[in-house]
Design a protein around this ligand. Sequence first.
Ligand code: ZN
Length: 121
Amino acid sequence: MQCPSCNAANSAEARQCTACGTRLRRRRNSGVASEAAVNPWIHSSNRMALTAYRCSLLAMIPFLGLALGPLAVVLGLLGRRSERKQPSERGAGQAMAAVVLGTATLVTNWTGLFFILRGIS
Ligand SMILES: [Zn+2]
């Protein structure tokens, strides 16, 4: 990045200007990105992560979790991958929450079903 006081070119990671020693502030790429940084839950363009998160919330409803739990995990992992490719999309928090919640709901639902079926037979 460019030094604001002497215009010397510095590396993107530089904290100080190599020419004059001025402190360099890291700038966000765009207004959208910095808004997303403030509230990553709302300002996310990562649809996969958002869908995964919603699925994982719905998966907490008994029996819906049988199908939505695994779906949330898969979508969460896909959302995480898409966030890695395109960090501006954000949504890492949602993706991770979806994976964690999805795993929890799928385990509890399938375990519950297992015990119900074992109790019947
Ligand atoms: Zn400078």
